[in-house]
Ligand binder design. Structure first.
Ligand SMILES: Nc1ncnc2c1ncn2[C@@H]1O[C@H](COP(=O)(O)OP(=O)(O)OP(=O)(O)O)[C@@H](O)[C@H]1O
Length: 375
């Protein structure tokens, strides 16, 4: 699927006029503060139900307004129509947020839906912005988020198992904090928690294996010297040599002291090592950035294998990647037949992104005061 129509109301500084996009590449350029990132943010809002820049919905709502709406029209993507995709909308998505009532309303094809996953499954959006490099440089939380995004799109039941596990974890934490020694109750929570944790971990591991294999193929293809000896490993959040119930029972006092669960899927990680050491300690900043880009592409490959097209949102990559890495990224995304949005301050030169003169179908937009004008 590709987002071929976008219309927003009261979304930051964006104009409410509808915009039609290419199912392939879309190049957006404009001055600082013109609204380029806000366009990507509005697209991501449809696919993630939140902003990728800020955690408060209020910040995204236009000043002086009490709510926002984003509508999207999807078509079947680059391969959906003879001749490389036409703008024929096959699904309509809508999300509204009322920040006074703190209510979100979701619609798919005119029907109300309750869960965000019903909307999100239509539009897998992957953001590559300056903050994305935290996946390598930052803590395990960023890598869990990265992995779970693909698990969600690969394993249909993942979102509901995850929610159940969060509920049980929070009840278990309350019991741990409860001063009374309530061992019998804790054991009940332990059993439920361990069963859900195993399901989460199995789903994560299966998706991780797909991801790892795509990543290895990609690394082979791009043939970058410094990636030889790089190892990716999934850590589920506990030592799987023993059952989680056993581990929890043997760390009762420790968990009671801290008042929360210390072992399980909330501790999972993708461990990235180079010659036995964490890459964050070994790789240069440029290498770390390239590594994240390769991981993002590999994630796109996994979804492509399952017949799903990722919509990539590339914010200001000129500031992050040199010309050759930008060209490598554009080429790979073109091969994957993904939909791509790229922002830049300068007028884009397609010859830089596609030096071999094999530019795909693209649309170019100038962004000014929140309004997009196609060129
Ligand atoms: N809630 C809001 N309501 C109205 N306008 C807003 C709101 N939040 C931000 N803005 C304004 O919207 C504009 C769009 O900002 P955005 O970050 O999208 O610009 P950009 O083109 O990506 O800029 P840059 O190149 O500097 O990254 C800015 O001028 C900002 O001041």
């Amino acid at each position: 699927m590709a987002l071929v129509k976008l219309q927003t109301e009261h979304f930051r500084n964006l104009s409410s006029a509808p915009v039609h996009f290419s199912p392939s590449f879309n190049l957006l350029y404009g001055e600082n503060g013109s609204g380029k990132t806000s366009v990507l943010e509005a697209i991501a809002y449809l696919g993630l139900g939140r902003s990728f820049r800020v955690s408060r919905h209020q910040a995204v709502v236009s000043h002086g307004e009490t709510g926002l709406t984003v509508f999207g029209g999807l078509d079947r993507g680059v391969d959906g129509e003879p001749g490389g995709g036409g703008n024929s909308v096959v699904h309509r998505l809508g999300i509204s947020r009322d920040v006074v009532r703190k209510e979100t309303t979701l619609r798919v094809d005119g029907e109300s839906v309750r869960s965000l996953s019903a909307l999100a499954k239509f539009l897998p959006v992957s953001v590559i912005d300056p903050g994305v490099f935290e996946i390598v440089a930052g803590g395990p939380g960023k890598r869990r988020q990265f992995l779970d995004w693909s698990v969600f799109h690969v394993e249909p039941s993942f979102a509901s198992v995850w929610q159940q596990c969060q509920r049980v974890t929070s009840q278990r934490n309350q019991t741990l904090r409860n001063g009374r020694l309530d061992d019998a109750l804790l054991r009940v929570w332990d059993t439920q928690y361990a069963a859900l944790s195993d399901r989460i971990s199995d789903a994560r591991k299966a998706t991780f294996e797909r991801f790892k294999s795509a990543f290895e193929t990609l690394v082979e293809e791009v043939d970058l010297n410094w990636t030889k000896g790089l190892k990716l490993e999934f850590y589920p959040g506990w030592d799987t040599g023993r059952s989680l119930v056993e581990i929890l029972a043997s760390h009762r006092e420790q968990e009671r002291k801290v008042g929360h669960t210390l072992y399980g899927p909330n501790r999972a990680d993708i461990r990235l090592k180079f010659q036995g050491r964490p890459v964050a300690e070994t790789f240069s900043r440029g290498q770390q950035k390239t590594l994240v880009i390769l991981m993002k592409i590999a994630q796109g490959m996994v979804l492509s294998e399952l017949g799903k097209q990722v919509t990539f949102l590339l914010d200001d990559i000129n500031a992050e990647l040199d010309v050759s890495h930008r060209a490598m990224l554009a080429k790979k995304l073109q091969t994957l037949r993904c939909q791509v949005f790229i922002t830049s301050i300068e007028h884009p030169e397609p010859g830089v992104l596609w030096p071999e003169d094999d530019a795909p179908q693209y649309r170019m937009f100038h962004v000014e005061h929140g309004k997009l004008t196609e060129e």
